[in-house]
Design a protein around this ligand. Structure first.
Ligand code: 1PZ
Length: 212
C-alpha cells in the first residue's frame, strides 16, 4: 500500500468501527484511524512533520500497550481507564512514576480529535473559495491551542499557511470530486463526533480531563 493512492474515506471509516454496541471505544480501530491521519498529514509536506512526529510517538505508546502483556486491558478506552485507575498507573498531579499512561496519552489524541472534527466541519461547510489555512487556524484556536505553549502555537500557525486551497485539499483526500468529498465528510463526521463525545464523557466522569 505504501506510496499508492489512499483515500481519506477509509481512514475516517476507522472511527465508525470504533464504537461498539455497548458504546465502548475500541482502541484498535481508534489507533488505526490515527495512523491513517498521520500518513495523510505526511503526504501534505515535510513542514507538518513536527506535528506528525508527536502524533506518531503517542500512537506508538498506545500500540505498545495494545500489543503488550496486558493487551486485554487495553481493548477499549473504558477497560483502559478502569485498569490504569484501579492499578494506580496514572499520574494525576504531575508526571512522575507513570509519565506515559494510556489515559494521558489518549487525552492528547482526544483533544486533537476535537480539532479534526472542527476542521473537517469547517472544510465541509465553507465556501468553495475559502482558505484552508484560515479554517485550520480557526479550528485550532477553538480547540488544541489552549493546551499548547506559545512556541508550539506559533509553529503550528506558520505550518498552517502551507496548506493548499480548499479545492486542492478536497482533491488530495482522494475521494473523488469536491462534491463527493463534501458528501463523504458529511457521512464521516457524525462518527467522529460520537467517538469524541463518548471519550469526553468517560474522561469527565473520572476527572481525567486535565491529566499532566
Ligand atoms: C492539516 C493540517 C494539520 C494540522 C494539525 C493540527 C494540530 C497542530 C498540533 C501541533 C502540535 C504538535 C507539537 C506537539 C505538541 C505536544 O506538546 C502536544 C502535547 O503533548 P505532550 O507534550 O503533553 O506529550 N501534543 C498534542 O497536542 C498532540 C497533537 C497531535 C496532532 C495530530 C494531528 C493529526 C492531523 C491529521 C490531519 C488530517
Amino acid at each position: 500500500m505504501d506510496g499508492g493512492a489512499f483515500s481519506l474515506r477509509e481512514v475516517l471509516a476507522a472511527f465508525q468501527t470504533c464504537v461498539t454496541e455497548e458504546r465502548e471505544v475500541l482502541l484498535g480501530p481508534y489507533l488505526r484511524g490515527w495512523r491513517g491521519l498521520v500518513r495523510f498529514l505526511n503526504g501534505l509536506g515535510a513542514i507538518f512533520s513536527f506535528i506528525s512526529k508527536d502524533a506518531v510517538a503517542k500512537i506508538q505508546i498506545m500500540e505498545s500497550y495494545c500489543g503488550g502483556e496486558r493487551r486485554e486491558e487495553y481493548r477499549t478506552l473504558q477497560s483502559m481507564v478502569r485498569y490504569e485507575l484501579s492499578g494506580g498507573l496514572v499520574d494525576l498531579q504531575r508526571r512522575s512514576a507513570h509519565p506515559d499512561s494510556g489515559c494521558r496519552t489518549v487525552l492528547r489524541l482526544h483533544r486533537a480529535l476535537r480539532w479534526l472534527q472542527l476542521f473537517l466541519e469547517g472544510l465541509r461547510t465553507a465556501r468553495q473559495d475559502a482558505s484552508t489555512s484560515a479554517i485550520c487556524t480557526d479550528s485550532y484556536n477553538a480547540s488544541l491551542a489552549a493546551y499548547h505553549p506559545w512556541v508550539v502555537r506559533k509553529a503550528a500557525t506558520v505550518a498552517f499557511c502551507a496548506l493548499p486551497s480548499r479545492d486542492a485539499f478536497l482533491e488530495v483526500m482522494n475521494v473523488g470530486g469536491p462534491d463527493e468529498a463534501v458528501e463523504m465528510l458529511g457521512d464521516a463526521l457524525p462518527h467522529i463526533r460520537d467517538v469524541y463525545g463518548i471519550t469526553q464523557e468517560l474522561y469527565a466522569q473520572h476527572h481525567l480531563l486535565d491529566l499532566p
